[in-house]
Design a protein around this ligand. Structure first.
Ligand code: GLU
Length: 474
């Protein structure tokens, strides 16, 4: 059992439990369900890396949960909590996540059991490159095989090391850059990938808050304006989610990082908090805010929307009864243990599940992978064409009405799409469409009492059909 999970279930068992709860509402035979649920391949490796004067033996994993569609897809995390059970659980979540947002990949995940903060960039580069070589040796990486991405503790820098290592091992492979996503834009990345998960969280919760019927049940009005929000974790996902919530008119009343948490019912200015953290090394003692006695207490604050955006199993059977939020948006993977989930569902909290809510990252990874395979930037072909078409339309309207629009209006109306515009619009459409699909299942399936079960049903249906259509060998 992994270190930081519920008393009853390991992380992977928790995912299996959610699967079992949902699979009862699907039409698939036992064998298909067993195959969907199983982790297909688990690669565990140990390799030596010279760190200073000593040789360190590094433990690492790559798990391919499902091959109903290939390549497999999922991030790589650097954390001391990495273990086989955790990587298996995260890989399984990737399978369901990809299915929900119609991204044609199987689920995968990787992890290196290190504290990234303890190494120099040079040492991290050596570890990352060696890990990539190990994956290549075992045929666990490639544009059509398995495509890693950033996760907890990794980012664009690590992805460019992976791409470069893979490309060196496969000289002349035209699609080599598609072996990993989340790369810097200069190395084949796509604009908008960095903020994609946080922006997806925002789009998802905004959509959830748009249904009057659902908000009535929670005693809330529709829309995000004025809603109080607490964000736990200001890494790439939490920071961007918080930024978009603030921009959308919500009030950030609580923020937490690993050194502690701060609270101000009047609202916290995110950029000012980030600047304060940069200057002092901590979010604590932010002017006008009170410090909370422990970072975990942020989860128990009075608020409308709580966004755990760090690691798994932060809300458990123990602290769930103290949670006061009406909506929980799972920006992290697996932030609620099964015990917490049960308690919160009974309390009537609307839990928007990870396998839907944080799928914005992999959605934009898919767009990046497509860009790499097509070898052309989004918008390159159509931008000017669109601008010319819009100009003609505006000119015709102006001559018909004998009125002229202002220069500023003209600039807005005539703008053709840049890469980032297309990425954001693809992401927004995906998050809205998938929410509506899950909500329909939730509303129309008798006996389904929570959005997580509905999301699992949605995923199982899609993966199940793919397995059926693949055909099972006699
Ligand atoms: N690590 C992210 C996740 O958990 C992104 C995965 C990807 O882009 O492949 O969804």
């Amino acid at each position: 059992m992994s270190a930081n999970h519920s008393n009853e279930y390991s992380f992977f068992q928790g995912v299996e439990r959610n699967f079992d709860k949902a699979s009862k509402f699907t039409r698939f035979e036992k064998g298909i369900l067993e195959q969907i649920k199983a982790c297909n391949s688990v690669l565990r490796m140990k390799f030596p890396v010279r760190i200073g004067d000593t040789i360190e033996v590094i433990e690492a994993y790559r798990v391919q949960h499902s091959h109903h569609k290939t390549p497999c897809k999922g991030g790589i995390r650097f954390s001391l909590d990495v273990n086989q059970d955790e990587v298996m659980a995260l890989a399984a979540l990737m399978t369901y996540k990809c299915a929900i947002v119609n991204v044609p990949f199987g689920g995968g995940k990787g992890g290196i059991k290190i504290d990234g903060k303890k190494y120099t960039p040079f040492e991290l580069e050596k570890i990352t490159r060696r890990y990539t070589s190990e994956l290549a040796k075992k045929n666990f990486i490639g544009p059509g095989i398995d495509v890693p991405a950033p996760d907890y503790g990794t980012g664009a820098r690590e992805m460019s090391w992976i791409a470069d290592t893979y490309a060196s091992l496969n000289p002349g492979e035209l699609n080599a850059l598609a072996c990993v996503t989340g790369k810097p834009v200069s190395q084949g990345g796509v604009r908008g990938r960095t903020e994609a998960t946080g922006l997806g969280v925002y789009y998802g919760i905004r959509e959830a808050c748009s249904f009057a019927e659902d908000m009535d049940k929670l005693g809330l009005s529709t829309g995000l304006k004025g809603k109080t929000v607490v964000v736990q974790g200001l890494g790439n996902v939490g920071y961007h989610a918080a930024k978009y919530f603030q921009g959308g008119g919500a009030v950030l009343v609580g923020l937490a990082e690993y050194e502690g948490a701060i609270y101000n019912p009047e609202g916290l200015d995110l950029e000012a908090v980030m600047a304060h953290r940069k200057a002092t090394g901590s979010i604590l003692n932010f002017p006008g805010a009170s410090n909370l006695e422990s970072a975990g207490k942020v989860l128990e604050l009075e608020c409308d929307i709580l966004i755990p955006a760090a690691l798994e199993a932060v809300i458990t059977g123990e602290n769930a009864p103290n949670v006061k939020a009406k909506i929980i948006g799972e920006a992290a993977n697996g932030p609620l243990t099964p015990e917490a989930d049960e308690i919160l569902n009974k309390k009537g909290v609307l839990v928007i599940p990870d396998i839907y809510l944080n799928a914005g990252g992999v959605t934009v990874s898919y767009f990046e992978w497509l860009k790499n395979l097509s070898h052309v930037r989004y918008g390159r072909l159509e931008k000017r064409f669109s601008e010319n078409t819009y100009a003609e339309i505006v000119n015709i309207i102006e001559s018909l009405t004998n009125k002229r629009i202002t220069e500023m209006e003209r600039n807005i109306m005539l703008k053709g799409p840049d890469e980032v515009d297309l990425i954001y619009s693809g992401l927004e459409d995906t998050m809205i469409g998938s929410y509506q699909e899950i909500r329909e299942i939730y509303k129309n399936t008798e006996g389904v009492e929570d959005m997580r079960t509905a999301a699992f049903i949605c995923a199982i249906n899609k993966v199940g059909v793919a397995y059926e259509e693949l055909g099972i060998f006699p």
